[in-house]
Design a protein around this ligand. Structure first.
Ligand SMILES: C[S@@+](CC[C@H](N)C(=O)[O-])C[C@H]1O[C@@H](n2cnc3c(N)ncnc32)[C@H](O)[C@@H]1O
Length: 251
């Protein structure tokens, strides 16, 4: 079993028990976290029943990462326009709505996921909750989008911040997802402004992730990127990191 899924199962007593019971879903997740059908099934099965909707965090929530995100938004802020933030592979996480709610800087948050089930759950939830943003000009939207095709939705150099909490991990740890993980990274670099950044939150060790990022972010003659890492902290014995990737066009 991948450490990613193991950490998820051990850290989430309720969902861990649920997934152990639904062992065929567990087996599907282990190898096919790059597949839309896997996630449609995951969000359908974990949201069915009479319990009211609850945001689901694959690992930690907004409070654990706000200090990586909010100061960055402050440094990027422009007086004339909202910052464009994308939560890539948002699932039913509260991360995007929390940025919308708490950012003093005006933001346009796009929460994007390949699963229309997750997107619909979030749209219904946000409508029911009617969250008021800190900045009255902030906006939020939920869209079904395959992040290997970010450029179908966003023009080049238009996005300020892309947040990826567990999405690249899911691709890299799938049987057939590694190529898509590289493609997603290149797409991020394409749609990010030169002043923008991609933040990947992950439990992957820097020894492996930094080498992968530094290699996959190169597009000889076109694009390169600066890559850095900070530790986010430890949660139930697992270390998490924030990888920051900044595009660096080749002149
Ligand atoms: C490990 S979950 C993380 C979800 C959420 N970010 C969180 O922290 O709870 C990975 C998410 O990526 C989404 N996903 C997988 N492949 C994708 C793709 N190609 N494009 C967009 N979303 C994708 C899945 O539907 C799933 O919601």
């Amino acid at each position: 079993m991948s450490p990613f899924l193991k950490s998820f199962l051990s850290g989430r007593r309720v969902f861990g028990a649920y997934l152990r019971y639904h062992s065929s879903l567990t087996a599907e997740l282990i190898e096919n976290m790059d597949k839309k059908a896997t996630w449609d099934r995951f969000y359908t099965e974990t949201s069915s029943g009479k319990a009211p909707f609850k945001n689901f965090e694959w690992f930690f929530g907004f409070d654990s990462v706000r200090d990586f995100i909010m100061p960055l938004l402050q440094t990027m802020s422009r007086p004339d326009a909202a910052l464009h933030v994308v939560d890539m592979g948002c699932g039913t996480s509260a991360l995007g709505p929390s940025i919308y709610r708490h950012s003093p800087v005006s933001v346009h948050v796009t929460c994007a996921d390949i699963s229309p089930i997750a997107v619909k759950l979030m749209q219904e939830h946000i409508q029911a909750k009617a969250i008021q943003p800190h900045s009255c000009s902030s906006q939020i939207e939920f869209v079904e989008l395959d992040c290997t095709q970010l450029d179908k939705r966003f023009s080049p150099s238009t996005v300020d911040l892309i947040i990826d909490k567990g999405t690249t991990d899911a691709l890299l740890r799938s049987r057939e997802g590694k190529q898509n993980a590289s493609l997603v990274l290149k797409q991020c670099l394409r749609v990010l402004r030169s002043s923008g950044s991609l933040l990947q939150f992950s439990d992957e060790d820097p020894d492996s992730r930094l080498i992968w990022l530094e290699t996959a972010a190169q597009d000889p003659g076109v694009m390169t990127a600066d890559v850095g890492v900070q530790e986010v902290g430890e949660l139930r014995g697992i270390h998490y990191y924030c990888y920051q990737v900044t595009p660096h066009p080749v002149l």
